[in-house]
Design a protein around this ligand. Structure first.
Ligand SMILES: Nc1nc2c(c(=O)[nH]1)N[C@H]1C(S)=C(S)[C@@H](COP(=O)(O)O)O[C@H]1N2
Ligand SMILES: [Mo]
Length: 394
């Protein structure tokens, strides 16, 4: 079962000689004793294909999962998504407008924001297309995001009684087309934007973020300021933020209502109906990250994340029974961050399929790929089905 792109990935994604041998030599890894002297990381046999050339500008810096080996993802290993290009904004010239249904519109500089109390949140940001598209399977990272509370700024502007939604506009824009190829075709220029209900926007965890892992927010991740919405999918975290608009009506655009819409077939009694819903909050999920070997002893490690605290992770090899993995201690100060887990393993030589599933404190279990919730899904968003990886031993 040799993946056609496997060879290419080995050359492209992994480091030199070690990769050619099917092994990644990794150092570091902040979690427990994971990366010890003499430990080797095996490369998954089912490496994803590279991002298609036509989409190369859309998703960048995708690393093999095996490389995501530390609880905090270094900026150098953090994936990047940009639908409307990659703006470079001069911080000194930048202003953030806060307007619409507010008592006192604001026009804030970066210095104004930095003068307000600084807040930090550790949050695992996952693209909702992760695992839904063949080439997108490590579009996730965990970072320490620093900035000011969005709620503080909205309160300063004074949200009107009749306000319903808050819209966040990025500086990036492009031409959109509606009813393409028909006599009613419409073309217009639109900025990237996403909205959320006022109550969700006022969540004290949300940040107007200007720092990532203690450094100035990098341009690719939305400098000088981006929105950070812990607990939501990546799409909600508007980068290159330039305008916040409070509205008394619902907002829709491509990223709320045309793209990033999940289409699902659902059974209602004897009937199959189709639902369409906008991508919003994150979902319960886990993934096997890598298999390591040290002194002939094998270990499977991975991560689990989701809107509710993780209670357990179970791992299945081939069609065997589910085995309970050991969870790394939860950091009570980081409820929006992934949890690492591990399971020691004594494999037979040959090819094996490794699957993980997360269970949260409400008892919810990460769905199998044939669960109707996943099997009935027509779009690639919100692909939180169980992830199976292929590994070759010996
Ligand atoms: N302005 C703007 N913000 C954006 C996007 C975008 O294209 N433009 N992409 C979104 C998507 S789909 C994801 S997954 C995250 C990715 O954040 P990152 O590039 O910092 O990893 O940014 C979100 N914010
Ligand atoms: Mo995304």
């Amino acid at each position: 079962m040799d993946h056609p792109q496997r060879r290419e990935l080995l050359m492209r994604g992994a480091a030199g000689v070690a990769a050619a041998a099917g092994v990644l030599a990794l150092r570091g890894g902040s979690w427990t004793a994971a990366a010890q002297e003499g430990e080797r990381t095996l490369l998954w046999a089912d490496q994803p294909p590279p991002v298609p050339t036509e989409l190369a500008g859309l998703a960048r810096n995708l690393k093999p999962w095996e490389v995501l080996d530390s609880w905090i993802t270094p900026i150098a290993n953090f994936f990047q998504v940009g639908h409307y290009g990659w703006p470079a904004i001069t911080p000194a010239a930048w202003r953030l407008e806060v307007e619409g249904r507010v008592g006192a519109p604001l026009r804030l500089s970066l210095a104004d924001l930095k003068a307000a109390p600084r807040q930090e949140v550790t949050y695992t940001l996952e693209c909702s297309g992760n695992h839904g598209l063949p080439f997108l399977s490590s579009a996730i990272g965990n970072a320490r995001w620093g900035g000011v509370r969005l709620a503080d700024v909205l309160r300063r502007a004074g949200i009107s009684q009749d306000a319903k939604e808050v819209v966040f506009y990025g500086a990036d824009k492009a031409e959109e087309v509606v009813r393409a190829g028909t006599p009613l075709e419409l073309r217009f220029s639109a900025n990237f934007a996403r909205s959320m209900p006022v109550d969700d926007a006022m969540n004290p965890a949300n940040l107007l973020c200007y720092e990532m892992n203690g450094e100035d927010l990098p341009a690719a991740h939305g400098a000088p300021v981006r929105l950070i919405v812990p607990g939501w999918y990546g799409i909600a975290n508007v980068k290159w933020l330039q305008r916040i608009e409070v509205r008394d009506t619902r907002f829709v655009n491509r990223f709320m209502a045309r793209d990033y819409v999940t289409v699902r077939e659902e059974r209602r009694g004897d009937e199959t109906i189709v639902t369409e819903s906008t991508v919003g909050r994150g979902r319960l999920k886990s993934a096997p990250a890598r298999v390591t070997v040290r002194d002939g002893r094998y270990r499977i490690t991975g991560m689990a994340w989701g809107p509710a605290p993780i209670a357990a992770v179970e791992v299945k090899v081939d069609d065997g029974p589910w085995a309970r993995a050991t969870l790394a201690d939860a950091d009570p100060a980081a409820p929006f961050a992934w949890r690492f887990w591990r399971l020691d393993w004594t494999p037979q030589p040959g090819e094996h399929r490794i699957t993980s599933r997360a269970i949260d404190t409400s008892g919810e279990v990460q769905p199998a790929m044939d669960d109707p919730l996943i099997a009935g899904k027509k779009t690639y968003w919100e692909s939180n089905g169980q992830v199976t990886r292929l590994i070759r031993i010996g």
